[in-house]
Design a protein around this ligand. Structure first.
Ligand SMILES: C=C(OP(=O)(O)O)C(=O)O
Length: 580
């Protein structure tokens, strides 16, 4: 009989396959007698291992940036930081002084450091997994036992693990892995984020019950519902196996009763533009420009950025590419920026706050590159369309989107910078156009003043990842508040509704580019709330298009009304399930 195990949905995909258990880590042999340990030689081994690990991390960073995205690749930069942590280096030295050989000394020092982070709780505790990952890498190199087991999994594997490290997950092949489920972890864990980008069905945080699943069992992973099925019956198996076989819909879609809805892609790395085209995306609703700036010694110059923006726009001759200006700070530091460590980085100097403050020069360079690239598009949506609109071009249009706005003044200041950059380019005789502009709605304040913001731009885009964490006061990186960090809480639903209504009243288009837009289950609610454009990770685009074509917009509006009357998340979920 089929068993159902509940966990946390990490990706909206589903699949069925054969269970393979993965045990991370490397077993240590018994240590030798302390008298047989030569401390100087062991220290040299540690130093050489550090350099080898650094090489590996850089290679994996570049490979992950290419395959998955820059944000995910940044995880490896964090690991490199831990590699050079002077305190951990001292602890390794102490352990060697105590008579331990290099592998055991590294193991002890990183175990102590991980325990210390774990004891701090919250977001800090989540970084303990990164330390364990690094410990496994270093000990693996020292013992010449680096695990390669995830490289040769048989097709149709459902991977089961206590936890998966970012390096483990980034190396998974979506053609081979039909799904994954972990005992621990939350929807915002690194494994979950990487699995989402790769389009792998994933349920995390299933708990101890998962351990009872035997290798070789048939397992179904229902990523949307957050359920793992052991020995599923034929109907469930068919439903889950069919879950990934959504055909690419290579045309613009509309709801069943004819309301046009754009479905576009989120781009966070170089490979994503191609993936978005392959998956039938109408354009790009969120080009996370940070990836152009990450994993390098200095920022890209104006010409390099111009080429990157133009190339993305050229991939969508009939569409639009929305470039978010640099959203760093907070969880996305850049090593070459002068950015002091902040106590509450998510509430600190990030996004537009940096662009209008310490990163004003970077902002200006980025805006210059965007204005130059915009001149190559046909310009129907340009901010200065009256003067420059409707150029003849087979390059798509660009739009500029400002992140982390909380006040009208910030938006006014950012738009004034854009206009002044355009004036400078005109004075210099450089070909340019002023792209269409939009603003991300990801702070509660922005949702409250959405009408005033919308009067100044042509579109709003709801960033549900940040909006949810700020509305719910529940970090997107803390598994301990994962239940609160969910877009179906009434507070978030109402913030989205308010944004959509205010945006439309001001004549602006209302898009959504947070993860919620990629969840087909939410499509009827979001259409009903008035979302005009859905921007999702490339693997989710076909599924979202298919879901939109099934939505009846008039019925969706009634569903949204019922969801807006709901007082609890359970009531909103019941409405979504047709029970409310
Ligand atoms: C899309 C968003 O931005 P980020 O890149 O921070 O996830 C969001 O906050 O919803």
């Amino acid at each position: 009989m089929s068993d159902e195990l509940g966990g946390t949905s990490a990706t909206p995909f589903s699949g069925v396959g054969t269970a393979v258990w993965y045990e991370a880590g490397v077993d240590l042999p018994e240590p030798p007698d302390p008298d047989d340990v030569d401390p100087a030689a062991e220290r040299e081994r540690v130093a050489a291992t550090r350099e080898e690990a650094r090489e590996q991390l850089r290679t994996e960073r570049d490979r992950t940036a290419e395959r998955v995205g820059a944000a995910e690749a940044a995880i490896f930069e964090a690991h490199e930081g831990f590699l050079d942590d002077p305190r951990i280096a001292d602890w390794i030295d102490d352990a060697i002084d105590d008579g331990l050989p290099a592998p055991h000394a590294v193991d002890r020092a990183y175990a102590d450091a991980a325990a210390e982070l774990e004891a701090a709780g919250g977001r800090t505790a989540e970084r303990a997994d990164d330390l364990r990952d690094l410990r496994d890498r270093l000990v693996g190199i020292l013992l010449d036992a680096a695990a390669a087991r995830l490289d040769d999994l048989p097709g149709g594997t459902v991977l089961l693990a206590e936890r998966l490290s970012p390096s483990d997950t980034a190396g998974l092949d979506p053609e081979v892995v039909a799904g994954l489920a972990t005992v621990t972890g939350g929807a915002t864990s690194h494994a979950a984020i990487v699995a989402r980008s790769l389009g792998i069905p994933a349920v995390v945080g299933v708990g101890e019950a998962l351990r009872a699943v035997e290798a070789g069992a048939t397992v179904g992973v229902d990523g949307g519902a957050g359920t793992v099925f052991v020995d599923p019956d034929d109907a469930t198996r068919e439903r889950l196996a069919g879950g990934d076989a959504v055909a690419v819909i290579d045309r613009a879609v509309a709801t069943a009763d004819g309301r046009p809805v754009e479905v576009v892609a989120n781009v966070g790395g170089p490979g994503d533009v191609d993936r978005a085209v392959e998956r039938g995306s109408d354009g790009v609703g969120l080009f996370r420009s940070e990836f152009l700036f990450q994993g390098r010694e200095r920022p890209p110059d104006e010409d390099e950025q111009y080429a990157a923006y133009r190339e993305a726009a050229a991939a969508f001759p009939d569409g639009r590419v929305v470039v978010r200006t640099l959203d760093v700070g907070g969880d996305k530091p850049l090593p070459y920026l002068d950015a002091p460590e902040e106590r509450d980085p998510f509430l600190g100097v990030r996004g537009v706050r940096r662009s209008l403050g310490p990163d004003a020069d970077l902002f200006e360079t980025q805006l210059r590159a965007l204005c130059r690239a915009a001149a190559d598009g046909d310009g129907d949506g340009d901010r200065d369309a009256d003067s420059d609109g409707d150029r003849d071009s087979d390059v798509g249009d660009l739009a500029v989107m400002i992140p982390m706005v909380a006040t009208v003044e910030e938006l006014d200041a950012a738009l004034a910078r854009l206009d002044s950059v355009a004036d400078d380019l005109a004075d210099e005789g450089v070909a340019h156009a002023v792209p269409e502009t939009g603003v991300m709605i990801e702070t509660p304040s922005a949702a409250f003043v959405a009408g005033a913001l919308a009067e100044r731009v042509s579109f709003l885009s709801v960033g549900t990842n940040d909006l949810t964490q700020y509305v719910m006061a529940a970090s997107r990186e803390n598994a301990g508040v994962a239940d609160l960090n969910h877009p179906t809480h009434p507070g978030v639903v109402r913030a989205v509704a308010r944004t959509a209504e205010a945006g439309h009243d001001a004549g602006a288009r209302v898009a959504m580019c947070g993860e919620a837009a990629g969840d087909p289950r939410l499509a009827p609610l979001l259409v009903g709330l008035g979302i005009d454009e859905f921007s999702a990770a490339p693997p989710s685009v076909p599924r979202v298009k298919a879901a939109i074509e099934d939505v009846d917009a008039a019925a969706a509006e009634r569903l949204a009304e019922r969801a807006l009357a709901a007082e609890t998340r359970a009531e909103v979920e019941a409405v979504l399930d047709g029970d409310g």
